[in-house]
Structures are given as structure tokens and as C-alpha cells.
Design a protein around this ligand. Structure first.
Ligand code: GTP
Length: 969
């Protein structure tokens, strides 16, 4: 069977193909000539006809059937008078009749006259188009079949065009040779040309001899060069040139050359595609791998992710650390519960931790195979030994270095007891078996050692004093146990002996229910789930204590506990996302009975809940084990904070030193997991806080309690307590009274407190030296002075002022520490406003000087932080300072967002009705985003009226407003 390749490789097939091309070229050479002549024929016919009719108007309503009698030979078959025509005259419209203008019948007669033979091809032609389309008349001269749908010369094939010339008398004078008349006449160039077409078309083998091809070229060239007309026709002569070129074109050679060229290009392209595909595959694999990286890592920048990825290549292990946060009101039994969860405390092999926690107590435990949690310090050898054994075994199997080098390398670390323990098994295997043989054994040993699960139990102090610092430690990588005392009613007021409620915004009348809600809200707020982008997995277990003090049977107690928590949860909105955090199983315990089976069950549930979290089984580089061990060793030496350069030094001592970049990455991730505190920023990157409690201890120093104060400092001390102004001499006194691990690191303490926005240095505001930090600090969370009537500050009469900007916190929850931190940010950014020599800083309100005429006022109530800019000069135009308002808003918003480090927003920006004379709390607030879709919103508070988009947004949101309005255009 002929193949496509044969067309190029078989000579005769190439000839056949060339013949086709020659016919095609010849057709293109005749087209223009045929079209011109068709037009002439058309003109002549109509000239003759129209000159013979009274009204010389062309007709276009007669169809061919109307003009032909029935029957007409070769067209229709009406043989009897009563038999209706089934072909041409088959409908009433197609019955024979005279042309109403007496034109069309005459045209038909002219066509007949022009035709050399008896029957023009009526089936081809459409009479209604005779007047308008010359080619419709030409088509009457074409062969009878196959041309009815062809509307132009271009549509018509070579055979059709040649037939037109042969059958129409008009062409008799257009050629130098007599056109053959019928089959019996000697062939002319036109008949020969027509035969060529037939030969090529009907060749059964698609082959042509050289001689035949030569003949074809000669005939077609001669025809196209006919001296009478065609020799003068541009298109014909162009075709003649093309034919000559085709005739001499060594198609075979050219095609072969082309094929070689195509082949080379294809090879090259394929090679490139292969390289590219490999690269894509590698990138895709890497991308997939990267996608599997721990979520904390994915949030880091590209450089850090790459570094982590590289570190993983040296071996990875699944890390399953559970952070268990035990929270609740003071005295509810949290510490007792923790004591009952940890084996050593329960069985008194270890001094129980003292009751009433200060700050946070953290206990690192390992999950034993029998389900007990044992203190990590006792197990440190086992813990690291086991993990290192895995690393060594894995590395040995995959490493390229030989046994001797490996042995030498580990020999260097003889002093490392834990490492030696860990590599013991692997080493023995190396020395006694070949690598191939050992693989199975090693795999078995790896399978046997189950994955390490560690639990760090965080026992939070219940005193509200600590609540603002507790916020730093809550994150979504935690399982929470919220403890409630079942003997306390939800409505019970928390004892005033607790101290200062302002720390958490819970004032004197705060109830147990308020505390319960505070914790659940705080857990949700710090869970990076605010916008509902991800499904929240339950991570909170509710535990009731003092089961022994409850009345009734075991079942009744259980029922009452459930009722208690149901009532407490009912206080949240029906659709609150808080519910998603709560685990369905609750626990009721008697902390005085350590044998209570509820503790074992609770431990089990905590592990199974943690195993369902996204971070479970995340993979971390095995070579980080040594650094973890190093940090633990430092902790064992009771070091709570260490200098970075000491950590670097220790790193160099390790079997696999990480180097500064990887070490920093390791520390950043340890921070994210809540194991240490490390900020890779400014002076703070020189320190690593090993024990998070240290931060609380540092914070505690700034809270005035019954310290013994030197008489010389007493005045400033009083000022500190009253106005939260921390002068250097007071600071020295505070430090002097603090434990060594705090005052030895005084600079670090101050840096951390500034970084966490617990303290801030105010700026000078005198003329000429504005904006220079002063030498003392303000501690915003100590601001206890109540503001004078709030409205005087928030809505001063007759002063130009912006509308009130409000940050409304989702879930109706705002820990006041957030406002205090915002005040610290503002203190650092703008001088504090003064009145009669005193700072305008109050509990819940602060005023700052933005420039000579404008002041910024920020205040908060419940879950809303407000801001307003007021001008002191009555004649000033607010419009001149729009840019300043934008800048202030951006700063406030960014600071609030930064406090959470989370992708979704925890608050909504609102504008209070600009017409409101005195700013009312939580009234007339409009979500700014809504103005994107609407021009005005009705205000139902101050006389029903509409607040327009422009009025609402022009001060604080001018840029956004401009963008929206441009989009609208
Ligand atoms: N009868 C009874 N007493 C309990 C129970 N749980 C705790 N207690 C007692 O309540 C007191 C306070 O217990 P803690 O465990 O210190 O309470 P806490 O919540 O840790 O308190 P802070 O650390 O101050 O926040 C102690 O005297 C405990 O013995 C319990 O289930 N039943």
C-alpha cells in the first residue's frame, strides 16, 4: 500500500504529485481570463436582449424551471399531459411560464445560441442570478453535473473552466487554434488539457511516467502561452513561470533535504523537551515535597523554605510534640489536675509541683507505651538515644562514606554519652554485617522503635494578673484543657482577692462565666481560623473538677457537669465558631483521688485529639535532634535565657553542626512551636529564651507589689503606680528586687518588653526637638486612672474632627492587653498629648499629638477600639490633612494585625455616622467594606438619614474611596 513517504521517494509518484500541482497552477493561470470572458459573454447577451424589449430592465424573479418547457430533454420527464413533473417542475412556483418582463426567456435563447451543442447545462445554472452574476450564465457551458453549487470561477475546477471555453462559441476567436468540435475532431490544446486532468485524476496507482509528465508540462505551458489572448494575460504568464519552476524543481531532493532538516530539528526539540520535562518533573516533585512541609515552614520566606528542604534531604523524622495548655480560673484545680496526669507527680516519686502556680509551669513528658506520661528529664537518655539510633542507622545505609570513616567520625564524639548510647546498635550492626545484610535488620529495628510522642504540659496561673502575658503563648499548635470548678456557679463573682481585673479587662464584677468565655475567645482568636478559611478541628477539652464535692449519684454528677458546660456554651452566639473548637467528650474529675480512671482516659483523649490535628506527623530534619538535645542540656543547667553566641558555640560541638543560617531557622521553628522564645530581629536575635516562663517573670517585675522600696525612690515609685511612668531609678529598683536570671539580663528584659509592646519610651514634643525618645518608659497596662467624662475627649464640641474610626473585633472579644499594646505602639510613634503638665493617658483612653494642630484620640470599650483625629483650631480645613489621616489609619490597622501574626483579619473596620454629635458606644457603626457596593446606607440612630459613601470614607479611607469611584466609572 502506498504510504505518504512513497510520494517523496518513488519517482513516478512524485511525477503524479507534480502533475496535480501543474494542473492547479494552470487553473490559477486561466481563472482571470475565464472570469473576464464570462463577463463579456454576459454583457453581450444582456445587451442583445434588453435592446429587444420595450422596457429594458433586467429580471431576477424567474427561476430556471419557469423558463424551460416541460419536458426538457435530460432535465425532466413529463411524458403525459396528465402526469405531473416530478423533477424540475414539481411545485406550482416552478411551472413553465413566460418572463413577465419578456427578458429571461430571451436570455435563455441567447445562451442556447452561444452554446456549441444542443443542451446547455440548465441544472447547473440559477436563472434568478443571471442578471447579477455572469458566472451563472458561464455555468450553462460547464459539464452537466457537479457544478450547481459553484458560484464563482475560483470555486470551479480546471475541467469546468476548460469546458466553458470549449462549449461557448465566444471562445472561438480567443485562441490561435481551432477548438476541437466533438469527439471526432483532432484534439486541440484545450481538449488535451482536459484529458490531462482526467489522466491525473483517474490514475489508479497515483503514478505518472517521466514522458507523460513532460507532455503535461508542454501542453499546459503551450495553452497558457497561446498568442491570441493568454500570452498577454498577466496571471497566465505568472502560471507559465510557476510551471517552469515546478518542472525543474528536484522535488525529491528538496524534500529529502527538508526531511533531514526536519529530522535534525525534531531530534533537537525532543532532546530539549526531554530536558525540560525532566526539569518540570523535578520541580513538580520538589513542589509536592514542599507542599508537604510543615505549615510553619510554608509560612517562611523562600530562602528559609529552601534551607529547610535541604536539611530534610539529610534525613527526616516525624515529630509529634503535643503542647497541652491547662487553663481556667485560679483555684479551680488546674495544678492538681496536671499532677494527676504526670506519673512522677501522681506516684510521688518526684516532689509534686506546689499548688497555686505563678506564671506558667511547663513540664516536658514522654508518652510511654503503657499510656503514662513520664517526666522527660528522667528519660533524656532514652529519648535522644532512640532518635539518634534511627538517624545513625538511616544515615549509614544511605551515606556514601565507608565504614572506617564513619567509625572514625563517631569515635570523635566518645564523650557524648547519649550519642554513644544511640549509635551503639547501629555500630554493632555495621561491624558485624555487610550493608546489604544489615538493611533488613536495621529496618526491623526502626519499625520496632515507635514514633516518639512528647507532651509539654503548660500549667497556666489562674490569676487574671497573668492573663495579658498568657496571650503570647496561645497558638493553634496546642490542645487546650479548660478547667471549671463544678462547685462554683457560673454566675458567681470571682473573688476580689484575685487582684487587678484590668489585666484582662475583667472588672470587679467578673463572673466564672466571664472567665470561661475569656479563655475560649482567646483560644479562638489565636488560632488563625478567624475568617473560616480552614475547617476548625476540635482542640479544646472541657474538664470539671471537685466531683467529690458534687451532690448525687455518679450519673447525676455527670449529668450536672454536662448541664453546667451546656449552659456556659449557650452564652455564645448560635453560629459562633467557638463551638467548632470544643471536643464532644467532657471529663469530670476528683483531683483528690489520683487513681480515678478519668485521668487515664483524659490522657488517651488528649493524644487522640492531637493525632487528628494538621501538624501531627509533620517531618523535621533529623539532624536537628542534636540541637534540641543541646537546648535541653542548657535547660537542665537551669538556664532560662542564653546568649545566641553560646548556642552557636554549642552547635559547633555537635556531630552535625547546623551553621548559623540553619541554626536560626531551627530556633525560629522552635519558637513557632512554642518551645522557646526567639525573635530573629534587632538586638533580640542575640538571645534565646529557653523557658517561656522567663518572659512572665520579666513581665512580673514591672507590676508593683509589696516590694521593699528605697526611700530615695519612693516619690517616683508612687508616680509609677499612679501614672505608669517608669523612670530609670525606678527601673533600677525593680531590677534590684528581681531574681538574678532577670537582672543579669536587664538589657534583654527591656528589649523583650519593648518588642512585645509592654513598655514604650515616649517622644519629646517641645518645639525644635520633637520626636526624640525620652529616657523613661510608660507601661500602658498599668494605666489605671479613669478618664474624665469620656465624651469631652472623644467628641469635643465645635472642633473640626474626623468621623470616628472603629475596629470592631470578631466574636465580640477583645483582650484589653491588645489596646495596651496599641497604646505602646502609638507612644513610640507620636508624642503623648499633655494637659496641665500631665500626660493624657488613662485607663482605656490615650491622646497623641500628630502635629501642631491635630491630635489623635484612641479609646476602647468592650470589643471595639475607636480612633478620632481632632483639630484644635476651629478654622482649619480637615481636607488639607487627608494624607495624615490615611497614614494614621494604616499604622493602627497594621499594628493590630501584627499582634496576631495571622493571615485572616480578626476585626472589621467601621466608620461611625459622621453626623453623630457625641460618639456613642457601638451605635451607628457602618462596615466600610459595604460602601464598596452601595452609595449610601441608612443611619437609624441620629434622625433617620442616609450616610453617603463619600461622607463615610473621605477622611480615613480617601485612597479606597478614590479607587472605588474610579472603578464605578
Ligand atoms: N475537693 C477537691 N479539691 C480540689 C480538687 N481539685 C483541686 N482541689 C483543691 O483546690 C485547691 C486549688 O487547687 P489548684 O490545683 O492549686 O488550683 P489551680 O487552678 O491550679 O490554682 P492556680 O494555680 O492558683 O491557678 C487545692 O487546695 C486543691 O487541693 C478536687 O477535685 N476536689
Amino acid at each position: 500500500m502506498a504510504s505518504l513517504a512513497d510520494v517523496f521517494t518513488g519517482k513516478e509518484r512524485t511525477n503524479w504529485l507534480k502533475a496535480w500541482l501543474a494542473v492547479d497552477i494552470a487553473k490559477s493561470g486561466l481563472e482571470q481570463f475565464a472570469e473576464n470572458e464570462a463577463r463579456t459573454v454576459h454583457t453581450n447577451i444582456y445587451k442583445t436582449v434588453l435592446s429587444s424589449v420595450p422596457v429594458p430592465v433586467a429580471c431576477n424573479i424567474c427561476n430556471t424551471a419557469n423558463l424551460l418547457p416541460c419536458p426538457t430533454q435530460r432535465i425532466c420527464n413529463n411524458r403525459g399531459a396528465n402526469t405531473p413533473c416530478t423533477r424540475m417542475h414539481d411545485t406550482p412556483e416552478k411551472q413553465p411560464r413566460l418572463c413577465p418582463s419578456t427578458v429571461c426567456n430571451k436570455v435563455l435563447n441567447e445562451i442556447v445560441k452561444q452554446h456549441k451543442y444542443v443542451n446547455p447545462s440548465w441544472k447547473n445554472t440559477t436563472a434568478t442570478q443571471w442578471a447579477s452574476t455572469p458566472w451563472q450564465i458561464a455555468k450553462a457551458f460547464l459539464p452537466p453535473d457537479g457544478y450547481s453549487g459553484k458560484s464563482s470561477v475560483q470555486d470551479t475546477d480546471f475541467n469546468g473552466i476548460v469546458n466553458f471555453m470549449m462549449n461557448c462559441k465566444h471562445f472561438d476567436t480567443k485562441f490561435s487554434f481551432p477548438i476541437a468540435a466533438g469527439k471526432n475532431s483532432p484534439p486541440c490544446l484545450l481538449t488535451k488539457a482536459r484529458d490531462i486532468c482526467r489522466i491525473v485524476r483517474h490514475s489508479s496507482q497515483c503514478e505518472l511516467t517521466d514522458a507523460d509528465l513532460q507532455d503535461i508540462f508542454t501542453t499546459l505551458t503551450n495553452l497558457l502561452s497561446d498568442p491570441t489572448c493568454l500570452a498577454q494575460d498577466v496571471a497566465s504568464q505568472e502560471a507559465v513561470k510557476k510551471l517552469a519552476k515546478l518542472q525543474n524543481d528536484d522535488l525529491l531532493h528538496a524534500v529529502n533535504e527538508k526531511l533531514v532538516e526536519v529530522d535534525t530539528i525534531a531530534e533537537r526539540t525532543l532532546a530539549e523537551i526531554r530536558i525540560h520535562a525532566d526539569k518540570c518533573k523535578r520541580e513538580l516533585d520538589e513542589h509536592t515535597e514542599r507542599h508537604k512541609l510543615p505549615k510553619d515552614v510554608q509560612q517562611l520566606d523562600e530562602k528559609a523554605t529552601t534551607l529547610f528542604y535541604k536539611a530534610l534531604k539529610h534525613g527526616k523524622e516525624q515529630v509529634n510534640n503535643i503542647r497541652l495548655m491547662v487553663v481556667g480560673m485560679f483555684d479551680v484545680g488546674k495544678t492538681s489536675l496536671v499532677n494527676n496526669l504526670i506519673w512522677e507527680f501522681r506516684n510521688k516519686t518526684h516532689t509534686k509541683q506546689p499548688l497555686s502556680t505563678e506564671g506558667i509551669d511547663i513540664h516536658r513528658c514522654k508518652l510511654m507505651t503503657d499510656g503514662h506520661w513520664c517526666l522527660d528529664t528522667e528519660l533524656i537518655r532514652v529519648k535522644f538515644g532512640g532518635r539518634i539510633e534511627k538517624v545513625v542507622s538511616k544515615n549509614t545505609v544511605t551515606a556514601t562514606e565507608d565504614h572506617e570513616t564513619f567509625k572514625e567520625r563517631i569515635a570523635l564524639h566518645k564523650g557524648d554519652e547519649i550519642l554513644q548510647h544511640g549509635i551503639k546498635v547501629a555500630k554493632r550492626k555495621l561491624e558485624t554485617t555487610s550493608l546489604d545484610e544489615s538493611t533488613n535488620e536495621i529496618t526491623t529495628s526502626l519499625d520496632e522503635s515507635t514514633n516518639e510522642i512528647t507532651v509539654s504540659v503548660w500549667d497556666f496561673a489562674g490569676q487574671t494578673l497573668y492573663y495579658s502575658t498568657h496571650q503570647f503563648f496561645l497558638n493553634e499548635r496546642s490542645i487546650y484543657v479548660v478547667v471549671m470548678d463544678m462547685t462554683r456557679s457560673l454566675k458567681d463573682i470571682v473573688s476580689k482577692s484575685d487582684g487587678i481585673g484590668i489585666w484582662c479587662g475583667l472588672v470587679d464584677s467578673c463572673t466564672y462565666l466571664d472567665i470561661f468565655k475569656f479563655w475560649l475567645n482567646a483560644i479562638h482568636m489565636n488560632s488563625d481560623n478567624q475568617s473560616g478559611e480552614r475547617t476548625i478541628k476540635p482542640n479544646v477539652i472541657l474538664v470539671g473538677t471537685r466531683k467529690d464535692k458534687m451532690k448525687g449519684s455518679a450519673e447525676e454528677k455527670e449529668e450536672n457537669m454536662n448541664l453546667y458546660f451546656d449552659n456556659a456554651l449557650c452564652s455564645f452566639d448560635k453560629h459562633s465558631p467557638i463551638f467548632n473548637h470544643i471536643y464532644k467528650n467532657r471529663f469530670l474529675v476528683n483531683n483528690l483521688s489520683p487513681e480515678d480512671s478519668a485521668f487515664a482516659e483524659l490522657r488517651k483523649e488528649i493524644i487522640s485529639l492531637a493525632a487528628k490535628q494538621d501538624y501531627w506527623d509533620e517531618e523535621y530534619p533529623v539532624r536537628w535532634i542534636h540541637m534540641e538535645q543541646t537546648l535541653d542540656k542548657m535547660r537542665d543547667k537551669k538556664r532560662q535565657i542564653v546568649k545566641m553566641k553560646d548556642v552557636e558555640k554549642e552547635d559547633l560541638e555537635n556531630l552535625h553542626p547546623l551553621g548559623i543560617e540553619e541554626l536560626t531557622l531551627f530556633l525560629e521553628l522552635q519558637h513557632k512551636q512554642g518551645n522557646i522564645i526567639f525573635f530573629n530581629s534587632g538586638a533580640l536575635k542575640d538571645f534565646v529564651v529557653l523557658a517561656p516562663q522567663w518572659i512572665i517573670e520579666a513581665f512580673k517585675c514591672f507590676i508593683p507589689h509589696n516590694q521593699k522600696i528605697e526611700a530615695t525612690v519612693l516619690k517616683d515609685w508612687e508616680e509609677y503606680k499612679k501614672y505608669a511612668i517608669l523612670k530609670p531609678n525606678v527601673l533600677d529598683e525593680v531590677m534590684k528586687n528581681s531574681p538574678p536570671y532577670i537582672h543579669e539580663y536587664q538589657t534583654a528584659v527591656m528589649n523583650y518588653m519593648e518588642y512585645l509592646n509592654v513598655i514604650a519610651k515616649p517622644l519629646t514634643s517641645e518645639e525644635g526637638i520633637t520626636g526624640i525618645p525620652l529616657d523613661f518608659h510608660i507601661v500602658p497596662c498599668l494605666l489605671s486612672r479613669a478618664p474624665p467624662p469620656l465624651h469631652i475627649f472623644t467628641s469635643p464640641p465645635d472642633k473640626p474632627q474626623t468621623p470616628v474610626l472603629a475596629f470592631v473585633f470578631c466574636g465580640k472579644f477583645l483582650p484589653p492587653s491588645l489596646f495596651h499594646r496599641l497604646v505602646a505602639v502609638c507612644i513610640r510613634a507620636w508624642p503623648i498629648c499633655q494637659e496641665r503638665g500631665q500626660y493624657c493617658l488613662f485607663n482605656g483612653l490615650a491622646i497623641f499629638t500628630l502635629n501642631d494642630t491635630y491630635t489623635l484620640r484612641i479609646w476602647y470599650m468592650d470589643y471595639i477600639i475607636y480612633a478620632r483625629i481632632v483639630c484644635c483650631s476651629e478654622n482649619e480645613q480637615l481636607d488639607n490633612f487627608i494624607w495624615l489621616f490615611q497614614e494614621v489609619r494604616r499604622k493602627l490597622k497594621k499594628s493590630l494585625k501584627d499582634f496576631f501574626h495571622q493571615s485572616s483579619s480578626v476585626f472589621e473596620e467601621c466608620i461611625q455616622c459622621p453626623d453623630m454629635k457625641v460618639s456613642l458606644h457601638n451605635e451607628g457603626l457602618f462596615i466600610v467594606k459595604k460602601f464598596k457596593y452601595t452609595n449610601a446606607i441608612a443611619c437609624r440612630v441620629c434622625n433617620p438619614h442616609a450616610v453617603t459613601r463619600s461622607n463615610a470614607m473621605k477622611h480615613w479611607f480617601k485612597e479606597k474611596l478614590d479607587r472605588i469611584e474610579t472603578d464605578d466609572d
